[in-house]
Ligand binder design. Sequence first.
Ligand code: C5P
Length: 233
Amino acid sequence: MGKDVIVACDFSSAEAVYGFLDKFTGETKPFVKIGMELYYAKGPQIVRQIKARGHKIFLDLKLHDIPNTVKKAMAVLSGLDVDIVNLHAAGTTAMMEAALEGLTRPDGTRPLLIAVTQLTSTDQQSMERDLLIHKPMDQVVLHYAETAKKAGLDGVVCSPLEAGKVHERCGAEFLTVTPGVRFADGDKGDQKRVMTPAEAKKIGSDYIVVGRPITAAADPVAAYQQCVAEFVD
Ligand code: C5P
């Protein structure tokens, strides 16, 4: 898969999601991210329905449990025929390897599997105080990325500001999927460290995850097309 814009469909009802997706007529079928809120509200059926409409799907459920449980859960998610799924690298190598095993279908195919390193809501202070991790955040993030790569994963979710360093450490093929994207003239909302789609392209992000700059735009289709023009074309 090449560079693409993934739209974060952070809606709580099926009506709201379809109201949004229906604006895209014709050939354009954005790659969408479905997160916990929509999945827990509407279940696997909404994933199947959106897939049946022709969208690629990043199912952002961030699994983290004992290896056997994650392996079995991943086998179920693999049956949904999504394109990308994720987990927490903090679950350790054994959990990541088990996840890959569960995800791989009998014919050898599987969705891409990427890891969350440290959540961007975790800062240095809370990592030291609550997790007793005393290394600098950027070292921790790169170490988790490297561990994910060694376990056989395809990439990580990270800030666009970290994408270049992740590629340096883990190679150009290791995917960086980056939220925290805003248009140059746009509202940052609650995102603190942001980049424009053009900057994310320059620094080497493979996929940008964009929510409100598209979903809350006066013209969502135009906003999506602007993202694609800046990031992909
Ligand atoms: O609306 P916005 O563009 O901020 O949406 C970004 C999406 O990426 C949201 O679904 C958010 O939960 C997700 N995300 C993030 N930062 C992370 C991981 C995920 O913003 N570190």
